[in-house]
Design a protein around this ligand. Structure first.
Ligand SMILES: [Zn+2]
Length: 74
């Protein structure tokens, strides 16, 4: 069986696949898959739900914005 590789969306500026939000004073880091689902959530019990209004921050550069602005890998 072929397990399809997970496709993670990327920062439109630097291409990083890791983002964070501040949630009730806690920094929650994660990646976003192509269905706009959360991957690699840390801390794991953060119960983060992304929606179109969620402002996410790149962990590498100064970009921040909505998840619809993230780019698919080429
Ligand atoms: Zn970036």
């Amino acid at each position: 069986m072929n397990i399809p590789e997970k496709v993670l969306l990327r920062c439109p500026v630097c291409g990083a696949e890791a983002f964070y939000v501040e949630k009730e004073g806690v920094t929650v880091s994660f990646s976003v898959n192509e269905a706009y689902g959360v991957e690699d959530l840390s801390p794991e019990d953060a119960a983060l739900v992304l929606n179109s209004d969620t402002e996410v921050y790149c962990t590498v550069c100064s970009w921040h914005g909505a998840i619809r602005e993230l780019e698919r890998p080429e």
